[in-house]
Write a protein that binds this ligand. Sequence first.
Ligand code: GLN
Length: 384
Amino acid sequence: MQSVCAPRSKLPDVGTTIFTVIGQLSAEHNALNLSQGAPNFACDPALVESVARAMRAGHNQYAPMSGVAALRHALSAKALALYGTLYDANDEVTVMASASEGLYSAISALVHPGDEVIYFEPSFDSYAPIVRLQGATPIPIALSLEDLSIDWDEVAAAINSRTRMIIVNSPHNPTGAIFDEEDIARLTALTRNSDIIILSDEVYEHVVFDGRRHESMACHQALAERSVIVSSFGKTYHVTGWRVGYCLAPAALTTEIRKVHQFMMFSADTPMQVAFTEALADPQSYLGLADFYQQKRDILANALQGSRFELLPSGGSFFMLARFRGFSDETDDQFVLRLIRDHQIATIPLSAFYSHGAPTGLIRLSFAKDNDTLLEGARRLCQV
Ligand code: GLN
């Protein structure tokens, strides 16, 4: 239909997300899909039964705005047991309709026009657009593409009186990098005596490899006091389509975040919340996840030994980076397109995770796939 109004775009340079674009291309070319960080295998059937039972038991109306009480208590108990910080189940835990909603609510509740928000590139694609929608300025700081580290001196130089928030993400999408004690120490020192809020995307909190521990902001009191932690059930229980996540934050921050959440979603799906409450009763449901995905990382990495790619180490998340610059001068986009068309294998160009979009010579591989898909994917990549 012809529109009679010409909208003035708030995000004129934003197109369709890379996950949708690659997903469509992958389907058109009948490619194997190692692009999106979404499992292609089933969740525990008991979880589906649990949702069905909740529906049959009549849990089909609005949940409380802040989330089903039993779920908030279970999340509070989990954070205390794993990370040592007590979040009040009534005032400091909010169930969201996805981690994406948690990120959106936190940024729009806490960031004002004219503020600056520091984040790290490559980064998940939603952070910067959400900041810009607030009339604020996203300030990207590049991770080293040699060792995926953060140059904290550069962060120190970027902080000024307009800096309202720093967005961190460990384990990191798209690189698989994880925070270590040094990162925590630098972040603590840089934010001490400031009113900078930390927004910590921890959706891969249970996917940390090689026996290392997840450096949650909730492990460190000085950081927890200024942090909004966003996490998700989708990644942890292999149900990314169910769209249930949550925010943990001190009461004063939670109060503001809920003001946005109550007008955006009001509440998250009730039967899923009932089912996740049951699932959390068994800690193995999340504690076993690191080994499960470490095996997948290793299957893919081992099967790629004979390829021409240089793999960067992945310490967590669903992702690892593979460098093709050693054997191709193509841009990331050209390379990914050629892989889809000529080799029927879909990956994500790393350049898509940057505001500048310049080529990096790297692609992101998702190993959240069944083992046959990983092996067949590696076989195709070995032919490139
Ligand atoms: N988080 C997933 C990824 O990075 C998918 C995100 C999406 O499709 N919007 O692949």
